[in-house]
Design a protein around this ligand. Structure first.
Ligand SMILES: COC(=O)C(/C=C/C1=C(C)CCCC1(C)C)=C/O[C@H]1C=C(C)C(=O)O1
Ligand SMILES: O=C(O)CCC(=O)C(=O)O
Ligand SMILES: [Fe+2]
Length: 363
């Protein structure tokens, strides 16, 4: 994936949100205040009125494929991917230490002084490092979030200058975590393949040496959660995304369902999984990459650790022949190279599902 011509991008001053709140401003700076049309549903106390997103029990999927419990859970998975594009997984088998450890080092990272974090800056037009990604102009609104993103796999996408030396355990912990996340993503993709009636290795064989990146999002409390967004609405460009919310996390993630922002209620020891644009294209739209965003909380901070799992940049993507039928289900997306899609995705601001227009066949 070629770098963007960053010299031409003027983004203005991007305030660091943690530093901003230390100065206890009387009001939220204008650049964070969203237009009225983006503010719907930003603060809702009525989370219990919403239907919860589906929960998939991975221990049921470890049973023999002929077992009724396995078949039932696969059907639930298929419904979740079609109707929601999101689900939570429980009993995923990830070692508690790995999950706890990454959360600890991520917290320690964000708690370091700004000068230390700024040793790993996210330059305008890039997506790796500490700062705000997807900002391309001086008048673009900012998210109420500090983020730290790194390419992890294959090692060729790593920028070693951005891997922090502090906290001392950061790199080791991230590598260990990413190894486990990689196994989980591969496993989930086999279940997704089975749920589509495909050979279980269908995605794995197509993806080659899959690309994997991590983004740590830290949302400080905000005095006016009704005016700002933690993270702008977007769909993920990945094939699959795994989101870990810190222990005791408050509600923050919302997904757009039937034109309503639905909050995702954190479950203890669960991970949130969502279908990315790549799986939407490969399944010819059967499984949806759903628009989502993050909102903030007046009193509480929130930390999330997000893994993006995607095909190798060399891979050509198009709807899978098995899921296209010229008569009943004609092809909705053109064929493209995943490296080109990644470049397109990171060269544009987060704007709902707009990135996928890149691939849509318009009638
Ligand atoms: C801030 O980053 C993102 O939101 C993001 C970027 C991921 C990436 C890196 C941090 C470095 C390596 C490249 C890559 C683009 C994967 C989102 O990831 C999505 C977007 C695409 C495309 C994808 O594959 O995952
Ligand atoms: O932090 C969250 O709840 C959402 C994160 C997210 O959607 C992302 O990083 O792509
Ligand atoms: Fe996302």
């Amino acid at each position: 994936m070629a770098p963007l011509p960053i010299s031409s991008i003027r983004v203005g001053k991007i305030e660091d949100v943690q530093e901003l709140i230390k100065s206890k401003p009387n009001k939220v700076p204008e650049r964070f205040i969203r237009d009225a049309n983006e503010r719907g549903g930003l603060v809702s106390l009525k989370t219990h009125f919403h239907q919860p997103i589906p929960v998939i029990d991975l221990s049921e999927l470890s049973k023999p494929h002929t077992n009724d419990d396995f078949v039932f859970e696969i059907l639930k998975l298929s419904q979740a991917c079609e109707d929601w594009g999101f689900f939570q997984v429980i009993n995923h088998g990830l070692e508690v230490d790995v999950v706890d450890d990454i959360e600890k080092v991520a917290k320690e990272f964000f708690e370091m002084p700004l000068e230390e974090k700024q040793k790993y800056p996210l330059e305008p037009g890039t997506v790796q490092g500490y700062g705000q990604a997807f900002i391309f102009s001086e008048d673009q609104k900012l998210d109420w979030c500090n983020m730290f993103a790194l390419g992890v796999h294959p090692p060729s996408i790593r920028n070693p200058k951005l891997w922090p030396s502090k906290p001392a355990r950061f790199s080791e912990s991230l590598k260990g975590y990413s190894k486990e996340m990689r196994k989980l993503c591969k496993r989930l993709l086999t279940y997704i393949a089975i749920s589509l009636g495909l050979k279980k290795d269908r995605f794995e064989e197509m993806f080659g040496e899959a690309v994997q990146a991590v983004r740590m999002n830290y949302y400080p409390p905000c005095s006016s959660p009704d005016l700002v967004l933690g993270l702008s609405p977007h769909s993920d460009g990945s094939a699959l995304t795994v989101l870990q919310q810190s222990k005791d996390s408050c509600v923050g993630l919302q997904i757009l369902k039937d034109n309503t922002w639905v909050p995702v209620l954190p479950l203890p020891n669960a991970l949130v999984i969502n279908i990315g644009d790549t799986v939407e294209v490969l399944t010819n739209g059967k499984y949806k990459s759903v628009e989502h965003r993050a909102v903030t909380n007046r009193e509480r901070e929130r930390l999330t650790i997000v893994t993006f799992y995607a095909p190798n940049y060399e891979v050509e993507i198009e709807p899978m022949g098995e899921l296209v039928d010229d008569e009943t289900n004609p092809c909705k997306y053109r064929s493209y190279n995943h490296g080109d899609y990644s470049y397109h995705y990171v060269s544009n601001k987060l704007q709902g599902k707009k990135s996928l227009d890149f691939a849509k066949i318009l009638n």
